[in-house]
Design a protein around this ligand. Structure first.
Ligand SMILES: [Zn+2]
Length: 269
């Protein structure tokens, strides 16, 4: 599943091919995504792209009359291709640019979304989202304050989009390992020092992944092949029963809110 770093890498990859250029029209081959592709997108014609932004895992393409909101869902990806490139089975949406390129959306499972929004501030998909993890609003002080009455385990709490966006299962597991904090610790049991370390770690882990993605997906202009999601060097995620890379203790797994969690009982307290 594309996580925040993949979405940010996608944003950086497509941005130079869109901003300042004109969308001639959209081609929607299959509008049945998670929600139907908005009619306004199907009816687009001759609109200049003003910016390509990201909020949580949503890509936001700014036009003069409104915004295209894209979510990659479980299996969505974006590529920039030469206009004449034949579409394949799961290529559901194209934005045809005046440059001879198309932005092509591929999504085998069709859990993604292409929605139109005239006013971003009034968008119901974006309201209720917590701060961006890489912003200054996401700080130890913020987590301390929010956690004071929270007895729930730290890991599922961190994954709640209302608290902070984009800390998915992999990043929550990996960050808690690096910060040396057991995932089932009650959120209100962490000290200010632990929250300092945890917020620093989450930012570092996400940034490293975005940088890796930048090298993995550097060439967004691809004539064939599918962009793969990042092959990551993981410390604990998906490694139950394997030795911890730091101390050799076997990595354990448990479940929080139906999501698998991985940790080292010796390195994390
Ligand atoms: Zn260990």
């Amino acid at each position: 599943m594309p996580e925040l770093p993949e979405v940010e890498t996608s944003r950086r990859g497509i941005e130079p091919y869109l901003v300042g250029h004109q969308i001639v029209h959209a081609v929607v081959r299959n509008s049945r995504l998670r929600w139907p592709v908005s009619e306004e997108i199907m009816a687009l014609s001759d609109q200049v792209v003003l910016s390509v932004q990201r909020r949580a895992k949503y890509l936001l393409i700014e036009l003069k009359t409104g915004w295209i909101i894209i979510h990659l869902g479980m299996s969505g990806s974006l590529r920039v291709l030469q206009h004449e490139t034949e579409p394949a089975k799961h290529d559901h949406v194209d934005l045809v640019m005046d440059t001879g390129y198309v932005l092509r959306y591929t999504d085998p499972r069709r859990f993604g979304a292409w929605l139109w929004c005239a006013d971003l501030a009034a968008s119901n998909v974006l309201s209720h989202l917590g701060p961006e993890p890489l912003s200054d609003d996401f700080s130890a002080e913020y987590l301390m304050e929010k956690s004071r009455n929270k007895k729930s385990p730290i890991k599922p709490w961190l994954m709640d989009n209302k608290l902070v966006v984009g800390v998915g299962n992999i990043y929550a597991s990996e960050s808690l390992f690096v910060a040396g904090i057991l995932p089932d610790r009650p959120a209100n049991s962490l000290s200010s020092e632990e929250y300092q370390l945890l917020t620093k770690t989450i930012k570092a882990v996400l940034l490293r992944s975005i940088e890796q993605g930048g090298t993995t997906l550097r060439d967004f202009l691809q004539s064939d092949g599918k962009p793969g999601y990042f092959a990551q060097e993981l410390q604990v995620y998906g490694r139950a029963g394997e030795p911890c890379r730091a101390c050799g203790t076997l990595i354990e797994s448990s479940k929080h809110a139906q999501r698998s969690t991985f940790f080292c009982r010796s390195c994390q307290r």
